[in-house]
Design a protein around this ligand. Structure first.
Ligand code: PA5
Length: 435
C-alpha cells in the first residue's frame, strides 16, 4: 500500500454531504495557497517540503554527526511546538526502549527533554541522571523568551560550563531560534553557538519539518531526507483543490460536519504506544489552531488497547459528543506468535498460532464496531508501516487538514492569542518588571 488512506465509511457521513463543501473548500484552497507567497503570513509550512534551506539542512546533518561523536545525550530544551514534533517522530521511529538501550546497541545519543515543565523534581532528577555522561544541548525557542525553556537552559548552560569550561560548552550548544530577534538569538550571537533558524512564516506547532524538529530527529539516527520525501509526497498528493480527490480536505470537512452535529470532541486513537507523542503533537496542532472565539473541536487522545481499560467506559456510554479518528498501521515492525500451552490453564489456546498484531487488529475492529454502535462516529486513517516516509506524509496531511478545517470553522488557524493570558498572570505573580 502506498501512502496514507482515509476511510469515512463508519463516520455516518455520506460522500454527498461531504461534497456539499466542494466550492467552499476550493475557495479555501485558493486562499491558503495565495497566502503562501506572503512572507508575513504563517503558511511557510505549506511549501516547506520543496522550499527549504538546503544549506541549513546539510548543516543539521553535520551537527547531528558532531553530537553523536561527542555526546551520550542530546538534551532538547523546548516546549509546545518547539519539542513535540521531534519527540513524536523520534518515539514513533525508534525502539520503545531506545533511551534504555546500552550504548553499543543504540548507536546514536539518547534524546532527553527539558524546558517543557516547571517541575523542580524533573530538573533535579534529570541532572542526577546525566551525571558524568557527556551531553550536548539543543535549545529551541522561536520567540527566544519562553520561560520554561529559558530557565532550563540557564541551568544546563551552567552545568555544561562547569563540566567542560566555557569554550567547549559553547561548542556543545545548538540554538534554534528566530533569525534576528529575541533573547536566545542575542545570547547565541554573543556566545557564538551554532544557530539554526525557525522561519518567520512558520508557527511553532507547524515547525517539525524545520530545524526545530530536524536536528533532534537526525541526532536520533532517523533519516531526515526520507522524512522530507514523505512530506513532499503529501505536498503533491494533497494539492488538488477538488474535494472529491483530496482525502486531506475530506478529513477536514468530515470533522466540521461532525462538529455541527454536536460531536465537539475528537479522540485520536492509536493501537501502537509508539504513537503516544504523535497524539500529543496532534493535540497541540488542532487545539492551538482551532480553539478560538468559543469554537473548536476539543482534541483528545487515547492509546488503545491500554486506555480501553480506563477511558473505554466513557467512550462507549458517556456523553455522546465524541467521535474517533483511528490511526491504523497496517504492518508492525516485528511480530510475535502466541504458542500452544499443553495445560491451557490460562484458556488462551484459542489464540495459538495467532500473531499479536492479528489480535491487536481484531481488538481494533471490535472496538470500532462497539463505539460506532454506541453513536461514536469513526474516521480511519491507515498507513502501511511506521517509517520516515509515512511519518513525513502523516505530518503534512494533518498540518494541511488542520489549516483547512480551521478555515472552514471560520477562525485563524495560525495564531494563538489565548496562550498569552496565563503568562501575563504568572509574570504578574512573579513580579516580572513591566507586569
Ligand atoms: O505553537 C506555538 O506557537 C507554541 O506552542 C510554541 O511553540 C511554544 O509556546 C513555544 O514557544 P517558543 O518556541 O517561542 O519558545
Amino acid at each position: 500500500m502506498n501512502g496514507i488512506k482515509l476511510d469515512l465509511k463508519k463516520s455516518g457521513i455520506s460522500q454527498k454531504t461531504i461534497m456539499e463543501y466542494k466550492e467552499e473548500v476550493e475557495n479555501i484552497h485558493k486562499d491558503l495557497h495565495n497566502r503562501s507567497s506572503d512572507e508575513k503570513d504563517f503558511v511557510g509550512w505549506l511549501e516547506l517540503p520543496t522550499n527549504y534551506d538546503k544549506k541549513e539542512f546539510e548543516r543539521i546533518k553535520k551537527a547531528a554527526q558532531k553530537i553523536k561523536k561527542e555526546s551520550d545525550i542530546l538534551l532538547v530544551i523546548g516546549i509546545g511546538g518547539s519539542y513535540l514534533g521531534a519527540r513524536a517522530v523520534i518515539e514513533a521511529l525508534t525502539s520503545t526502549f531506545y533511551n534504555m538501550l546500552p550504548e553499543k546497541e543504540r548507536k546514536y545519543p539518547q534524546i532527553l527533554y527539558a524546558g517543557n515543565n516547571l517541575s523542580p523534581n524533573y530538573i533535579n532528577e534529570l541532572i542526577e541522571y546525566i551525571g558524568d555522561k557527556d551531553f550536548s544541548v539543543n535549545v529551541i525557542s522561536k520567540s527566544g523568551t519562553t520561560t520554561e525553556p529559558a530557565i532550563a537552559f540557564r541551568i544546563f548552560r551552567e552545568i555544561l560550563e562547569n563540566k567542560y569550561g566555557i569554550e567547549e560548552a559553547r561548542s556543545r550548544i545548538y540554538a534554534t531560534t528566530d533569525k534576528e530577534k529575541g533573547a536566545l538569538k542575542t545570547l547565541a550571537d554573543k556566545e557564538g553557538y551554532e544557530e539554526f533558524v525557525v522561519p518567520d512564516n512558520i508557527g511553532g506547532r507547524y515547525s517539525v519539518l524545520t530545524a526545530v524538529g530536524l536536528l533532534p530527529i537526525a541526532t536520533a539516527g532517523i533519516d531526515i531526507d526520507k522524512l522530507m520525501e514523505g512530506a513532499r509526497i503529501a505536498q503533491n498528493r494533497y494539492n488538488d483543490p477538488n474535494l472529491k480527490y483530496n482525502e486531506c480536505y475530506q478529513y477536514a470537512v468530515a470533522r466540521n460536519i461532525l462538529y455541527k452535529l454536536y460531536k465537539n470532541t475528537e479522540i485520536l486513537v492509536n493501537y501502537e504506544p509508539k504513537m503516544h507523542y504523535f497524539t500529543e503533537w496532534w493535540k497541540q496542532l488542532f487545539g492551538e489552531s482551532e480553539g478560538k472565539e468559543e469554537k473548536g473541536i476539543f482534541p483528545a487522545g487515547v492509546d488503545f488497547t491500554t486506555d480501553l481499560h480506563s477511558m473505554g467506559q466513557y467512550i462507549q456510554e458517556g456523553r455522546r459528543n465524541l467521535f474517533e479518528t483511528v490511526i491504523n498501521i497496517n504492518k508492525p515492525k516485528s511480530d510475535i506468535t502466541v504458542q500452544t500451552d499443553e495445560d491451557n490453564l490460562d484458556g488462551l489456546n484459542y489464540l495459538s498460532g495467532k500473531t499479536l498484531d492479528y489480535i491487536n487488529k481484531k481488538a481494533m475492529e471490535g472496538t470500532i464496531e462497539a463505539h460506532v454502535s454506541g453513536d461514536v462516529p469513526n474516521i480511519k486513517i491507515t498507513m502501511d508501516k511506521l517509517d520516515e516516509i509515512n511519518m513525513g506524509e502523516l505530518i503534512y496531511f494533518f498540518e494541511k487538514a488542520c489549516s483547512v478545517s480551521g478555515m472552514i470553522l471560520g477562525i485563524n488557524p495560525f495564531d494563538q492569542p489565548g496562550v498569552e493570558k496565563y503568562k501575563k498572570n504568572m509574570f504578574h505573580l512573579l513580579e516580572k518588571p513591566g507586569y
